[in-house]
Design a protein around this ligand. Sequence first.
Ligand SMILES: Cc1cc2nc3c(=O)[nH]c(=O)nc-3n(C[C@H](O)[C@H](O)[C@H](O)COP(=O)(O)OP(=O)(O)OC[C@H]3O[C@@H](n4cnc5c(N)ncnc54)[C@H](O)[C@@H]3O)c2cc1C
Length: 648
Amino acid sequence: MFTPEDALKKENTYIAGTYDVAVVGAGHAGCEAAHACARLGLDTILFTLQLDSLANLPCNPSIGGTSKGQLVREVDALGGIMGKIADKCAIQTRMLNSSKGPAVHSPRAQMDRSMYSVTMKHYLENTDNLTIKQAHITSLLTKGDKEVTGVMSSTGAIYLCKACVICSGTYMEAKTFLGEVINESGPDGLPRSVGLSASLKELGIPMLRFKTGTPVRVNKKSVDFSKMQRQDGETDIPPFSFENEMNGYTVPSEQVPCWSVWTTDETRTVISENMHRSPLYSGVIEGVGPRYCPSIEDKFMRFKDKSRHQIFVEPMGLNTNEMYLQGFSTSLPEEVQEKMVRSLPGLSEAVIQRNAYAIEYDLVDPLSLKATLESKTVTGLFTAGQINGSSGYEEAAAQGIIAGINAAMKVLGKEPVVIDRSRGYIGVLIDDLVTKGTNEPYRMMTSRAEYRLFLRQDNADQRLTPTGYKTGLISEERYEKFMSKMKDIEEETERLRKTYISPSEELKKILESIGSVCPVSGISLAELLKRPKITYDMLEPVDKDRRPLGRDVIFAVETDLKYEGYLKLEKEKIEKFKELENKELPSDIDYGAISGLRLEARQKLDRIRPENVGRASRISGVSPADIAVLLVYLEAYRKRRPKEGSET
Ligand SMILES: Cc1cc2nc3c(=O)[nH]c(=O)nc-3n(C[C@H](O)[C@H](O)[C@H](O)COP(=O)(O)OP(=O)(O)OC[C@H]3O[C@@H](n4cnc5c(N)ncnc54)[C@H](O)[C@@H]3O)c2cc1C
């Protein structure tokens, strides 16, 4: 344990300030956490190693994508800022999977990378109660029985605080790998974090080491786009931010294209001839990499049945020629990278402006966290983002807002916020990390969300804005607009249910246009809308009483009616899920004393100490039979508890 008093005994140390909350790291998690604490009225300080890299996008210059788009909208629905900043800095927007069911529709936008960082920094600089400081935090200070009390920087400055949120990303003890060249560096040549990881380890926090990688950036002047497939954006899609949507904001009409190419046999040859020089395959890299974001050499090694791989060539901004080669990350040597890039169609003359590389970094084992993202080991310490084993800007922002809210709730002595799996991808993300843990960078996917039909990108506000409002992050004005939208949805759905129309030539024409039969008697507009291919817009000619409504309201009404049956089934499943989720497990339960529980289950339950039976049931190694034993024990425990006082 290292107390402020111990720190002050060191040379050149001094108390630099006292805050309610200290947030270490101004990446995507830290920005959300600091913003939440400051917006909730707490005196907050936000640290970063390099101010000009605040909210840096060190990898793909895009926000959103499959399941990640849902996360961005959920962060916005709670009162977070990623969606707003992304709307401001988008240079191309698309709704992925729009040809599939609404459960997998996901917004994605290409970002102007430098504009994103500048815009986020300026937004936070204008946020009340928030101080931003470029400093290298090297130690966590605690008092008593491991309770957070401050942080210390490499210059000896001590910042006292009541709660601390660490969002150190890919920086702790980071090393970069470019073939045989290994540097003790953070991403993009930025300084790495030294000492903080050891400070956490000394406090008994279990640490892990992961790796991730990024591709080259080339100068677009050296690219022959005529050899590539052009991919344009879409302009008739909603922005990320619900507030922007309610205020009539539309995505940019002027958009820049992306491009795609396929690897060639020459690419495969160059890579296979140089595999021995890959730090990944030579074993130099110890950290575990992301299975779902593999390097190009990994793809060729693992997917031997695939003769080629698709690469996306994406612009990194409006005032730069840099193009990002999505799907081509590698840590092979520089000279090999040039040959690999020049083997791609349209890139035979490519000029590489930034090399690809891999990075290894320390992180916290997320099994050491509560569902509130507070450490089980150090009271008042919260962690969020890549430090918790996730990968991705959106996953980081989602954890950042929850950790920020809960650090604030801790200081304010209020109930913490936990989003469960049935209420959001945020809930799935955090529950997976803190209940199941992860042994590689965890990336969100729609397949991870068992209730995804409910967790659509368009209804994130319905699911989470009331929580954001109750917490204090959503303003009165915004909540009123939200409530009037909910009223519109409810009233319009009711009107469609109650409005019956008789068969007519007009209706017959509409239905025949999609090969549907015109009913012989009256039918409600809602019933008509449930028919496949029938859209709300198509029914306008036969729906005389409709009033002008926002696109977001129409989409919600149409989708909820069309999927009413499925949603009803999903709701029943969620009710069952909540039964176990609401069965709390006492924090001091002695799993070792529960006969009938298998040894593995006792050990896992004792280590993870789940807050409720639902979470216990998702711990790997805890079987349904163990849960049955636990439920019986819990019943007896409840009956015994009032009579026997505290002994268990
Ligand atoms: C090379 C590379 C490749 C990547 N590839 C992918 C990918 O393919 N797919 C994907 O989804 N994601 C990828 N990512 C991950 C993505 O960048 C992160 O998921 C995301 O940025 C994490 O956000 P964060 O807020 O947790 O941390 P970061 O964005 O990393 O921010 C961390 C912040 O903490 C600060 N900091 C750290 N230590 C200290 C300290 N001791 N004192 C003060 N400040 C400190 C830093 O200055 C920085 O501001 C990649 C990242 C890198 C670096």
